[in-house]
Design a protein around this ligand. Structure first.
Ligand SMILES: [Zn+2]
Length: 296
């Protein structure tokens, strides 16, 4: 069982990992906290983008010699492969970490990941701490790994003129973009959602030729490193993805200037596409905001 101090540290690690949203793909957002036996935090870190230091090595660097005998609390299983950086399990072992508390196992490790190596090196390893809460952050990345396509979000305004794109200059449009890897417009043009946010050359986002099957388009974007895709437009961009049940989440807006009246005649459904259920409702600048996901 993770101790209360370890649970508190895990919540900190999960929150820190959120700083990597929209920049780490194709890598996952990960956070790590180094906890001293007296409950003090000696170092913390998070992964910013592919090719840069992992959360564990950032946290170990901050902790320095304080890492010896400490517990590493990390949201995802430490890696076990030699890439551009040393494997994190090796860094944890050589820093003298005694115990490792992990929320979720990395499905790409196929049981031969860092957790097994850490345990066989004699460290005390605990897996599954606050897994549900870590899943709020890592869920989309894990889903994308499993389905081999990005998690797809569609944002739209629904009002007297039917279904229209969210104005690009609205604060919420920017908020959606910084959480996504790529954005796809009605004309098939695809681009990094915030140019340069992943570091040059990490994402290879190619335009989608009109008429390309939506599943093939999603696969191509996944292969280019995209894990979170934002559809920006009306039914012209979303229609083919809806038809193939490839949209996971919608964020719908009703302008707050909207007056009670007869609905626009052109609407295919009153508010949400069939199969979606409401997750959250809020008022944002100029709109009521309705967040929904495909029912599972
Ligand atoms: Zn790593």
């Amino acid at each position: 069982m993770a101790s209360p101090a370890e649970g508190a540290a895990m919540r900190r690690a999960i929150a820190l990992a959120a700083l990597g949203l929209g920049t780490t793909s194709p890598n996952p957002p990960v956070g790590c906290v180094i906890l001293r036996p007296d409950g003090r935090i000696a170092g913390e870190g998070w992964h910013v983008r592919k090719g840069e230091a992992h959360a564990e090595t950032q946290a170990l660097a901050r902790a320095g010699e304080q890492a010896a005998g400490a517990t590493a609390v990390v949201t995802l299983e430490p890696c076990n492969h030699y890439g551009r950086t040393q494997p994190c399990r090796e860094a944890l072992i050589s820093a003298g970490i005694r115990r490792v508390v992990i929320a979720l196992i990395d499905p790409t490790s196929r049981g031969e990941g860092g957790a097994a190596m850490l345990a066989s090196a004699g460290l005390d390893v605990e897996v599954g701490a606050l897994a549900d809460e870590a899943g709020i952050l890592l869920g989309p990345w894990l889903t994308a790994q499993e389905t081999r396509r990005p998690v797809i979000t569609w944002s739209y305004v629904i009002g007297g003129h039917g279904i229209t794109p969210l104005p690009a200059e609205s604060a919420d449009a920017y908020r959606l973009r910084i959480n996504a890897d790529a954005i796809l417009l009605s004309d098939g043009s695809a681009s990094e959602a915030v140019p340069g946010s992943h570091g040059g050359g990490i994402l290879t986002v190619k335009d989608i030729t009109p008429g390309t099957d939506a599943r093939d388009a999603a696969t191509a974007l996944y292969e280019g490193g995209v894990r979170n895709l934002l559809l920006h437009g009306g039914l012209d961009v979303a229609g083919p993805f809806l038809e193939r049940q490839l949209i996971d989440r919608v964020v719908a807006y009703i302008p707050d200037s909207y007056e009670s009246q007869s609905p626009a005649a052109s609407l295919p459904w009153p508010q949400l596409p069939p199969g979606f259920t409401i997750l959250g409702l809020s008022k944002v600048d100029g709109f009521a905001r309705i967040e929904a996901e495909r029912s599972r």
